[in-house]
Design a protein around this ligand. Structure first.
Ligand SMILES: Cc1cc2nc3c(=O)[nH]c(=O)nc-3n(C[C@H](O)[C@H](O)[C@H](O)COP(=O)(O)OP(=O)(O)OC[C@H]3O[C@@H](n4cnc5c(N)ncnc54)[C@H](O)[C@@H]3O)c2cc1C
Ligand SMILES: NC(=O)c1ccc[n+]([C@@H]2O[C@H](COP(=O)([O-])OP(=O)(O)OC[C@H]3O[C@@H](n4cnc5c(N)ncnc54)[C@H](O)[C@@H]3O)[C@@H](O)[C@H]2O)c1
Length: 472
């Protein structure tokens, strides 16, 4: 049995806990895959490196509305792909080499699983243990069991960004974050995109106003097929893939579509099961997440296991990098400061969907807020402010963007903020700040200057439009 002071399983956000305070500890980092994890290699970063050029191309094509005649002559997918991954692969390789160069760190490039509490075994049979073990082994793609799912040409977010050529046509299956972002990427870059979604609704966890508006905008940009459940994929001799789908709504007929590439964007599942959590008697939720308390301590029979921590997608329902990073900061502190444990603040977790139009959200949807208000004997006020009604929105001739705010009438505190439209992922930040620090909508609207005529005036006007009494 090899003994360490600390074992970190997974090199995504787990890798970031090694601050200066850890330099005298004997640490093992276990990473069987590409060093740096999902966000760097197959997630947030490469996707956004495709989203940006796709947005540039879309804006060029859309510019004639403003009297600017521009066109996209061609898109050099291979140059784009090589630029993106030359940069990313160097960071991943550099991260691995750096960790391997440290005297106090051993990198173990194998999967591990529990054989007993606090004891892990590698694939080659070596047993390792430590007083502190951090489980940061993320999540993986979830695929439906349908005929043809293993055919070449059927991709997931793990592989589609490394295609040799921009596909002429692509069918994207799913209606969540990944589907929304890749529909924009491939549509913006010039592929013929079809999105196939099982239910009527896209972005099912978003506020109704935003989800409906996105659906409208998506259908204007690419072929959107809703209420269609994928049943199988077949490949013809020329390599083309035919996707079959059953109607999930009685009023519709079954559907078939053909494309060069199929992208399955049907969700991700936590990797808790791959750790053999039963051998360590760890609690796992119905959705497959490792159970943790507010201090990121892993639970066994509802009680924290001493020295066992988890962070990120393996234990977090959010599946977001900024949450994994926040949880990693909590663990980084708590492992070396057991006398003053910190909790992770999960109160106002925002997210953005980098599609076209961009979407950003924090807090309760209107529906959730109405239920909350009923339970808490209060009322809510809701304002939908169109981007097109502020000066910068006029400049953009915007007919899409909305900032929807929901506040508690009795306190003036914001309960939720939901944006769709240009730069939403940035515009939402002051609203997240106000919610996090307990500022009221009135304080936020009138306690500061808003730059005129910046697009942020849409936030100011939305705040002023809430039905709230004036505050001094
Ligand atoms: C296409 C895509 C786009 C995304 N875009 C965004 C975005 O824009 N914004 C955002 O906030 N989030 C985004 N996410 C989500 C984000 O990437 C994840 O929430 C985040 O990376 C999770 O970090 P983690 O440290 O928990 O896990 P990971 O980074 O996945 O790290 C886990 C590591 O553990 C390793 N591992 C797995 N099992 C074992 C085992 N048994 N033993 C040892 N090691 C193991 C894996 O190889 C992996 O490297 C995106 C995800 C995807 C897939
Ligand atoms: N910008 C971001 O923050 C960002 C971007 C990408 C991914 N992510 C994270 O990655 C996670 C995974 O993204 P995702 O889009 O794969 O998941 P998701 O849960 O957002 O969406 C999954 C979609 O697949 C559909 N689906 C599931 N099973 C299906 C089946 N058998 N047949 C047909 N459709 C099926 C669901 O109805 C849903 O529409 C998200 O939870 C998100 O947090 C975040």
């Amino acid at each position: 049995m090899r003994e360490f002071d600390l074992i970190i399983v997974g090199s995504g956000s787990g890798n970031s806990i090694l601050t200066e305070e850890y330099q005298d500890l004997n640490v093992a980092i276990v990473e069987p895959g590409t060093f740096g994890g999902t966000c760097l290699n197959v997630g947030c970063i490469p996707t956004k490196m495709y989203v940006y050029p796709a947005t540039v191309a879309r804006e060029a094509e859309d510019a004639s509305r403003l009297g600017v005649r521009a066109s996209v002559d061609s898109v050099d997918w291979q140059a784009m792909r090589d630029r993106i991954f030359t940069r990313i692969d160097a960071i991943a390789n550099g991260g691995l080499t750096y960790r391997q160069s440290l005297e106090n760190v051993s990198v173990i490039q194998e999967y591990v699983h529990f054989v007993e509490p606090k004891v892990l075994e590698t694939e080659s049979g070596e047993r390792i243990t430590a007083p502190h073990i951090v489980l940061a082994n993320g999540s993986r793609v979830q695929l439906p069991e349908i005929p043809g799912i293993d055919l070449p040409g059927v991709h997931t977010s793990d592989t589609v960004m490394r295609l040799d050529e921009l596909p002429e046509s692509i069918i994207v299956v799913g209606g969540g974050y990944i589907a929304a972002e890749f529909c924009h990427v491939f549509n913006g870059l010039g592929s013929k995109v079809t999105q196939l979604n099982r239910s009527e609704r896209l972005l099912r966890h978003h506020d109704d106003t935003i989800a409906e508006r996105f659906k409208r905008e998506a259908a204007l940009q690419w072929d959107l097929q809703v209420n269609r459940s994928i049943t199988g994929i077949e490949q013809a001799a020329d390599g083309k893939l035919t996707v079959s789908a059953a109607a999930s709504d009685e009023s519709q007929q079954s559907w078939e579509g053909t494309a060069d590439v199929v992208l399955m964007a049907t969700g991700r599942v936590p990797n808790a099961d791959t750790l053999n959590p039963e051998a360590a008697h760890l609690d796992v939720s119905d959705s497959g997440l490792l159970a943790v308390d507010d201090y990121q301590r892993v639970l066994s029979n509802g009680q924290p296991v001493e020295g066992l921590w988890a962070l990120g997608d393996v234990c977090s329902p959010y599946q977001l990098k900024h949450v994994a990073n926040a949880e990693a900061r909590t663990v980084a502190h708590n492992v070396v400061h057991p006398e003053s444990l910190r909790a992770t603040d999960h109160r106002y977790v925002p997210s953005a969907v980098f599609t076209d139009p961009q979407i950003a959200t924090v807090g309760m949807t209107e529906q959730q807020a109405r239920i909350w208000a009923g339970e808490n004997n209060t009322e809510i006020t809701v304002k939908e402010q169109r981007f097109g009604d502020v000066a910068y929105g006029w400049a953009m001739e915007d007919s899409v963007g909305i900032c929807k705010l929901i506040a508690d009438k009795s306190t003036g505190l914001l309960l939720g903020a939901h944006l769709i439209g240009k730069d939403s992922s940035n515009l939402i930040q002051p609203l997240i700040q106000a919610m996090s620090f307990g500022q009221t909508a009135q304080q936020m609207a009138r306690g500061q200057y808003w730059i005129h005529p910046a697009l942020a005036e849409v936030i100011e006007n939305a705040l002023l439009g809430l039905d709230l009494p004036e505050q001094d």
